[in-house]
Design a protein around this ligand. Structure first.
Ligand code: PMP
Length: 350
């Protein structure tokens, strides 16, 4: 995608699908769709565009009306970008545990950020956003229930995948879920047009809601009425809130999911670092997690299998998180020795 665009929102989507060359087992072919190429660096730019444009079209969102959303960060950053470009004030409500980079990015884009206590979990931030929307007559994006979420993936992400793999094998599609928009939107199209493609989802091993199998309790509007009993706090930001979102529920109810692969935080961090250091693909924690699950599938797959995974965002969003905990800021012993092996511009050790 190159050339001229009417505005930044028009650059959302059409992200590249890149071959995994050094980390893929020899007997398979692996591809990754890099959502970091969206203008604000994540898959959620698509959702932001989809929800705002659907609400504009239906008249639910009026010119200049304030937009509010409960978000783990990337949705807020995407909405802040779309709202800035289209002239809507935007307020993001997020749990205090999400990375500081996310808050600062949203504020830089002109948004207001309201933090909620971690004890109140994901549902606490949703309840706060709903309350503020009702009290002030603001438009709430409702990413966990809004049909425009999976729709935008059905109409953009899935179409991009269909055209990239037209006439070619695609044996496995691997995706995690936060709202489930990516998974459900793509699964709708794969099930209709590529029924042979196995759909694999993945979730944190310590918050394995889908693997658990117990149903999510809901209100009449489809929103979750309480935390799922299998949930526990986990390190994979953007994945698996403390409830099964209605958007993800569609994939369960329609039998779209062939297998659920649980992934640990450690496997996610090391897969993200391996992608960076051996493929040059710089991405975030949920990308590492998705790729770890895709590798697990790859190892078990028949020879010649083709595996595609979606990598939701960029690693730059995690500098203050445990993803970078082992990354030194100071020179190592080996670097000191290199620096002192020639005479010019040597630092003195303190
Ligand atoms: N990874 C990250 C980093 C995210 O922010 C999100 C969205 N919350 C996801 C994965 C999951 O995407 P979806 O909401 O489409 O399921």
């Amino acid at each position: 995608m190159r050339g001229k665009f009417d505005n930044i929102v028009a650059t959302v989507g059409d992200t590249p699908i890149v071959k995994i060359n050094r980390l893929a087992p020899d007997h398979v072919t692996m591809w990754a769709k890099l959502e970091a190429f969206n203008p604000l660096g994540s898959v959620k730019d698509r959702l932001a565009m989809g929800i705002i444009e659907a609400a504009e079209a239906s008249g639910e969102l009026r010119p200049g009306q304030t937009v509010i959303e409960a978000t783990s960060g990337n949705t807020g950053i995407g909405l802040a970008m779309v709202c800035a470009a289209k002239g809507y004030p935007f307020i993001s409500v997020m749990v205090e545990t999400f990375s500081v980079e996310r808050r600062k990015l949203m504020r830089f884009l002109g948004a207001k950020v309201i933090l909620t206590p971690k004890g109140a979990k994901g549902l606490g931030m949703v309840a706060k956003a709903r309350e503020l929307a009702e009290a002030n007559g603001w438009f709430m994006a409702r990413q966990f229930e809004n049909p425009a979420n999976a729709d935008v993936h059905e109409h953009t992400t899935a179409r991009e995948i269909m055209s990239a793999f037209e006439g070619e094998r695609l044996d496995y599609f691997v995706s995690g879920y936060g709202t489930g928009g990516t998974m459900t939107g793509i699964a709708r199209v794969l099930r209709a047009e590529r029924p042979e493609t196995k759909i694999i989802t993945t979730e944190p091993d310590g918050a394995a809601l889908l693997s658990d199998g117990r149903a999510q309790e809901r209100r009449e509007d489809g929103s979750a009425s309480g935390s799922h009993p299998a949930w526990a706090p986990h390190m994979i930001q953007g994945w698996t809130p403390d409830f099964i979102p209605l958007v993800a529920q569609e994939s369960i109810d329609n039998g779209y999911i062939d297998e659920v692969v649980p992934v640990s935080a450690e496997a996610s961090f090391s897969a993200a670092q391996a992608l960076a250091q051996q493929e040059g693909i710089f991405c975030g924690i949920s990308c590492g997690a998705t790729f770890a699950a895709a590798l697990d599938v790859a190892k078990r797959a028949d020879a010649g299998s083709v595996i595609l995974c979606t990598l939701p965002d960029t690693g730059e969003r995690y500098l203050s998180t445990p993803l970078f905990a082992d990354i030194e800021a100071e020179m190592t012993e080996q670097e000191w020795q290199m620096a002192h092996s020639t005479p010019t511009a040597q630092l003195e050790r303190s």
